[in-house]
Each structure stands twice: as structure tokens, then as C-alpha cells.
Design a protein around this ligand. Structure first.
Ligand code: AHR
Length: 513
């Protein structure tokens, strides 16, 4: 698709008038007020397709190299990402999951039909122990998403006791019988998932009451403090947030939100790798719209909770394309191109701005499902372009967010969304290093970005870049390094001013010392 079909009249005018593509950024390195919580870089693993089975878990007896049943290659790649929090077991699966089916000797565990995801038979060989031990290996916080749609209050109360009680309690003793003496630390507990849809098709008024009831019996055992998350809205459903804030209020610590970069819930969502330039620019607009959605949900929360005691958790986000041809229907296996990398970088640039309310975000999903970090087959694994963005951006975890003033060219894309060609974010880490991440979404032009660091004493600047020849480029088992991270040489330093030549379709992170 030619660009002039994509760009609206206003943007065309602005592009043709400018001889040089350029942008300016101003950063006051002493302006930071808000730490970017590392949980913004959270992940999500559902019993869906080959996310758990084949992706994370192959079992101890598998010919695939494994560490106590976890794929060793995947485990090592995930350790590098410094994952702060992992949400499990769903998604929609969570509201049909009965945790007691997933404990005890594997041969005795009952099977079930995974009705949400292709009718696959679930053998429950990956359960509570396997998940919580994985979190310990990854050194991340577990985020349990509990069954409210089809489970009982008693079932949930006992799950909490099983995981977290240290005493001589019936569930702690059952856990011991199953081989785990010490209780796990479990902080995050989701009380239901998408309760407006696959989690029970409830109205917000009804769910609010149900939340209050279920949450009451989720106790804090032996020094473990639960952080309870109510099932929140989808995308533009502001009434759900309003009702929950009004009726549940401070009985929740967090309220969730789901926002997918998807082009409609029915019919074709488009191919992950065969798409036009116009599709690409549409995606940039749709992904950036999360900012408006966040602002509106946050404004409602501010009205009921000006002290910001209840957090917003975007516990599902990312791209949703058609399943790859030839893969199992309902398993949501999709490829991941440089376009997905931009969805990740642009999203983080936005999330960093709202962390006084938005304290967690979990991309959907960690392996082999939707916008994943990793794709696997029997022989090996592939790191996706999205993985590389998460890896490059991890320097922002727990760093001080530095607000920026950014001026760049803009374009209007399909759907009448205005999209700046340059997106950016900056932070200062605990050692005083400044990291500036820049995305140039322009498919055709280099943009020269002048970054004014307002009097900062800068000695050196270095950078890394993610780019590729085509926006549709992606990594495969045959060619795993088409899109990768490379050293970036396009940054010049003069006193407190950086001049960065950002190639077309590139994502760069600069470290300034
Ligand atoms: O991530 C896939 C699905 O998307 C989840 O199971 C559900 O919560 C959402 O609709």
C-alpha cells in the first residue's frame, strides 16, 4: 500500500513542507517524581494452546532438555528478561479451573476439557506446585487468577490456605503431603477474570457483590499479605469501572483492565506477517489509543479514590492477529514481526506516564500465544521482536520516570487517529544512568532527534537498536536472528545535547552517563 493512501490531508501537508525529518525532545533530569514499577513489565501464562505445555513445561521425562520439567532454553531466555510478575492460570481458563485437580501425584490428576481454547484435553500435570516453583526459578511474583465464574468461595479460600499457610492447618498439611513444606509467598490474587464475559457474563452490580463475598474469605496467613485484584473492564467499558469503584471501593487493592490491539472481535483480525503499510499504521494508531482509554478509566478512579489507594492493573494487553495457517484453531498461535515490537515500545512509552495509578501491566502471553516473547517447537525456540523490546527496555524497571517534552511530525491514520512519528520515554536508574528509548515508526524516513538534557553533565552516550529491512520481518526457527538487537552508532554528544539519527522503522535505547 502506498503511503499517500494512508496519510490524511493535514499530515500530508506537514510532511511535504518539511525538508528534513526532525524531532526535538527536552528532558529535565531532575524533574522525575514517579518510579516506573517493574511490574509494568509483567507477563501472563494461560493454559491455552502451547503456552504451558510445550512452551514452558515439557515434563521431567521429555527428550527436550529440561530443568525439573521446565524447558531449559525457555527458562534461561526468560531469566534474562527479569520478569517481575507472572499471571496464571488464565484468562478465560481461570474461571473453569479447579485447583485441586492440579495437585498430588500426576497419575491421579483428573483430566478436563479446555472448553475455551479448542476443546483440548487438559491433564492437569502443570498445577499449583509447578507454577509457583517456576516463579521461584524466575524470581518473580506469582499472580494467581482465581475461579469465581464456576468455582466456590470455599474452593478459593482453601487454595489461598494451601499456598500460603505455614501453620498446622488442613490445607498446609495437604501441601506438605504433596512435597512442599514451606508456604509460598503469593501476593497478587485476581478474584475472577473478565467477569463481564467468559468469567460468568455478569453485570457489574452483581459482580461487585460477588467480589466482596469471595474476597472476604481470602485470608492473610502467617505474614503473607494478599493484594486483591477485582476483575475489571474491557477496553472502552467505562460503566464497569464506575460501578466497581462505587460499590467495591477500597475492598480491592487493584482493579484490572484489558486492552488488545485487535481489529475487531469477529471475523479476520489480519495476518501477523502479511500486512500492508496501511495495516501497519492503523496498528500504531490502535495501540496508541490505549493512552486515551487509560486516561478515561483513571479519571473515573480519581473521582472515587482521589488518594489513589486502588491501583489500575492492565493485566492483559498486546496484539491479537489471526492464528498462523496450519496451527490448531483456538490455540492463538501467532507470529511476531517488527510491527509487534513497535506495539511493545509505544505501549511502554505510554504506560510509564501513568504509574501513579497504573502499577502493573501483563502482556498476553509469555510463550506461543498472542504477542509472545518466545515461540517454541520440539527442537528449539525463537526469540521474537517483542522479546527484544522487553529486553532492551528492562533498564526502565524501577527507575525514576523523567517526563519529556516531545515535538515530532504526525500523521492521521485509518480510524482518524493522529499518530506522532516519534515516540519516546526516559528514566534515571538508581546509579544515576539515564536511559532514553526512542521509536521512529516512519517506514521510509530517518528522523534526526535533538535531545536537550537541560544542563546535565553528560560524559558518554551509547545505544542499542532494533530494526530490520521490512516491517513484516520476523524470526523463524530457520532464521532466528532476522530481527535482533544491535549496537547503535547514530548518537552524537555535544555538552548536554544529543543528536540521534533514528533510521526508519527503528527502536533505540540510549544510555547516558
Ligand atoms: O489472552 C487470551 C484471552 O483474552 C484471555 O483468556 C481472556 O481473558 C481474554 O479475552
Amino acid at each position: 500500500m502506498k503511503k499517500n493512501l494512508v496519510i490524511g490531508a493535514m499530515a500530508l501537508a506537514s510532511l511535504s513542507l518539511s525538508a528534513q525529518k526532525s524531532a526535538t525532545i527536552k528532558i529535565d533530569i531532575n524533574e522525575g517524581k514517579q518510579i516506573i514499577p517493574k511490574e509494568i513489565y509483567g507477563q501472563f501464562a494461560e493454559h491455552l494452546g502451547s503456552c504451558i505445555y510445550g512452551g514452558l513445561w515439557v515434563g521431567e521425562n521429555s527428550p527436550i532438555p529440561n530443568t525439573n520439567g521446565y524447558r531449559t532454553d525457555v527458562l534461561n531466555a526468560l531469566k534474562d528478561l527479569k520478569i517481575p510478575v507472572l499471571r496464571w492460570p488464565g484468562g478465560c481458563f481461570a474461571d473453569e479451573y479447579h485447583w485441586m485437580d492440579g495437585i498430588g501425584p500426576k497419575e491421579n490428576r483428573p483430566k478436563m476439557v479446555n472448553t475455551n481454547w479448542g476443546g483440548t484435553i487438559e491433564d492437569n500435570s502443570f498445577g499449583t506446585h509447578e507454577f509457583l516453583n517456576l516463579c521461584e526459578l524466575l524470581e518473580c511474583e506469582p499472580y494467581i487468577s482465581a475461579n469465581v465464574g464456576s468455582g466456590t468461595v470455599e474452593e478459593l479460600a482453601k487454595w489461598v490456605e494451601y499456598m500460603t499457610s505455614e501453620g498446622d492447618s488442613p490445607m498446609a498439611n495437604l501441601r506438605r503431603k504433596n512435597g512442599r513444606d514451606k508456604a509460598w509467598n503469593v501476593k497478587y490474587l485476581g478474584v475472577g477474570n473478565e467477569s463481564w464475559g467468559c468469567g460468568g457474563n455478569m453485570r457489574p452490580e452483581y459482580y461487585s457483590d460477588l467480589y466482596r463475598r469471595y474476597a472476604t474469605y481470602c485470608r492473610n496467613y502467617d505474614g503473607n499479605h494478599l493484594y486483591k485484584v477485582a476483575s475489571g473492564a474491557s477496553d472502552y467499558d467505562y460503566k464497569w469501572t464506575e460501578t466497581l469503584m462505587e460499590r467495591v471501593g477500597r475492598q480491592m487493592h487493584g482493579l484490572s483492565l484489558h486492552y488488545y490491539t485487535v481489529s475487531g472481535w469477529t471475523g479476520s483480525k489480519g495476518s501477523a506477517i502479511n500486512f500492508t503499510d496501511e495495516d501497519y499504521y492503523w496498528t500504531m494508531g490502535k495501540c496508541r489509543e490505549v493512552e486515551d482509554v487509560l486516561k478515561k478509566h483513571i479519571a473515573i478512579m480519581d473521582k472515587y479514590d482521589p488518594a489513589k489507594r486502588v491501583n489500575l492493573l492492565l493485566d492483559e494487553w498486546g496484539t491479537w492477529w489471526d492464528e498462523e495457517p496450519g496451527t490448531i484453531r483456538g490455540h492463538l498461535y501467532q507470529q511476531n514481526s517488527l510491527r509487534d515490537a513497535f506495539v511493545a515500545s509505544l505501549s511502554f512509552d505510554i504506560f510509564h506516564k501513568y504509574t501513579d495509578r497504573l502499577t502493573m501491566a501483563n502482556i498476553a502471553q509469555i510463550v506461543n500465544v498472542l504477542q509472545s516473547m518466545i515461540l517454541t517447537n520440539d527442537k528449539g525456540m525463537v526469540l521474537t521482536p517483542t522479546y527484544h523490546v522487553f529486553n532492551m527496555y528492562k533498564v526502565h524497571q524501577d527507575a525514576m520516570h523523567l517526563p519529556i517534552e516531545l515535538k515530532s511530525e504526525k500523521m492521521i491514520v485509518r480510524g482518524d487517529r493522529v499518530v506522532p512519528m516519534i515516540s519516546a520515554t526516559a528514566s534515571k536508574d538508581k546509579d544515576g544512568k539515564i536511559h532514553i528509548s526512542l521509536s521512529n515508526i516512519d517506514l521510509d524516513n530517518t528522523h534526526e532527534v535533538t535531545i536537550n538534557l537541560a544542563g546535565a553533565k553528560v560524559k558518554e552516550a551509547s545505544g542499542q537498536i532494533i530494526t530490520s529491512k521490512n516491517i513484516t520481518d520476523h524470526n523463524t526457527f530457520e532464521q532466528p536472528n532476522v530481527v535482533k538487537v544491535q549496537d547503535f552508532k547514530g548518537v552524537k554528544l555535544s555538552k548536554d545535547v544529543l543528536t540521534v539519527k533514528l533510521p526508519a522503522k527503528s527502536i533505540v535505547t540510549i544510555e547516558v552517563k
